[in-house]
Design a protein around this ligand. Structure first.
Ligand SMILES: [Zn+2]
Length: 257
C-alpha cells in the first residue's frame, strides 16, 4: 500500500512532512520546526507519531523535538556528526544507514555543506527525497559550515537519484529561487515555464512542493553548474563546475528578489 504524506507549513516558511504507513500505522515526521501545526495534522488523521527524522541541527528544524517526544515518545533519529546539537536524539545515523518506519524503508545520504553533518532521507521504493536545507526547489542551502565546493559534491549525489524522485525540502523559498535562477540561466525554456507556474501557485497561496529531481535537473541552476549555459550565465564558460557553483552561491547570497 502506498504511503500517506502530509506537507505541513510551519513558522514563516518552514515545512515539516508527515509520513504514515497504512500497513502498520507507523508515523514519521521529517524535521520538527513547530509542534502545534504538526500535532494538528496528526490529530486530524488520528495518527500517533512514532518517528522523528532530523536532517540537521538548526533550531528551526529541531526545536519542536522536546514537545513532540514528550507527547508521543517517538524515536528521534538524526545525523551522527552533529548529534551533540540535536535534543533527545536516540539513533545517530550516517552514510547509507538504513531507516525503517513501519514497513517503509529508507536510507541516509550524508550531504555536508549547509551544516557539517547534514543528512537527507531517501525512501527508495516510494521515490521520496527529504532534503532538509541541502537542496531546495530551484535552489540550495547556504554553505554555512562547509565550503561551497563540498556542497556541490553533496548535490551531485542527489542529482544521481532517479528522476521520478519527489523532492521535499525544508523551506518554501521557491519563488525567490526561481527569480534568481532566471538571471543566471535566461535561455532555459523549461525554467521560464516553471517560473510562471510558481508565480501562479504562490499567488494562490499554495505550496510549490514537491517537485521532482528530473524537474530540478532541468531547471535548478545549483544542479547545473556543469552545464555550459549556466557557466555562461555567470561569465565563466569553460571553468570548473565547483568554481561556477561557488559563484552562483555568492550571487544568490546578495540577490535581492
Ligand atoms: Zn538550516
Amino acid at each position: 500500500m502506498a504511503v500517506d504524506i502530509r506537507l505541513i507549513p510551519c513558522l514563516s516558511d518552514n515545512y515539516a512532512v508527515v509520513l504514515h504507513d497504512p500497513a502498520t500505522n507507523a508515523v514519521a515526521v521529517i524535521d520538527a520546526p513547530d509542534a502545534a501545526p504538526i500535532e494538528r495534522a496528526l490529530d486530524a488523521e488520528k495518527w500517533k507519531l512514532t518517528h522523528i527524522l532530523i536532517t540537521h541541527h538548526h533550531g528551526d528544524h529541531v526545536q519542536a523535538i522536546p514537545a513532540l517526544k514528550k507527547k508521543y515518545g517517538a524515536i528521534v533519529t538524526g545525523p551522527r556528526v552533529e548529534a551533540d546539537k540535536i535534543p533527545m536524539i536516540d539513533a545517530q545515523v550516517g552514510h547509507s544507514d538504513p531507516i525503517v518506519v513501519g514497513n517503509i524503508k529508507a536510507h541516509v545520504i550524508e550531504t555536508p555543506g549547509h551544516t557539517a553533518g547534514h543528512i537527507v532521507y531517501v525512501f527508495d521504493s516510494e521515490h521520496l527525497l527529504f532534503a532538509g536545507d541541502t537542496l531546495f526547489a530551484l535552489g540550495c542551502g547556504r554553505p554555512f559550515e562547509r565550503p561551497a565546493p563540498i556542497l556541490w559534491q553533496s548535490l551531485l549525489k542527489l542529482r544521481d537519484l532517479p528522476g521520478e524522485t519527489k523532492l521535499y525540502c525544508g523551506h518554501e523559498y521557491t519563488l525567490s529561487n526561481a527569480r534568481f535562477a532566471i538571471t543566471v540561466d535566461p535561455k532555459n525554456a523549461a525554467l521560464k515555464k516553471r517560473l510562471a507556474n510558481i508565480e501562479a501557485t504562490r499567488a494562490a497561496g499554495k505550496p510549490t512542493l514537491p517537485s521532482t529531481l528530473a524537474e530540478e535537473s532541468r531547471t535548478n541552476p545549483f544542479l547545473r553548474a556543469d552545464h555550459a549555459d549556466v557557466a555562461e550565465g555567470v561569465g565563466m564558460k569553460g571553468r570548473d563546475p565547483a568554481a561556477v557553483f561557488t559563484e552562483l552561491r555568492e550571487r544568490k547570497n546578495s540577490f535581492k528578489g
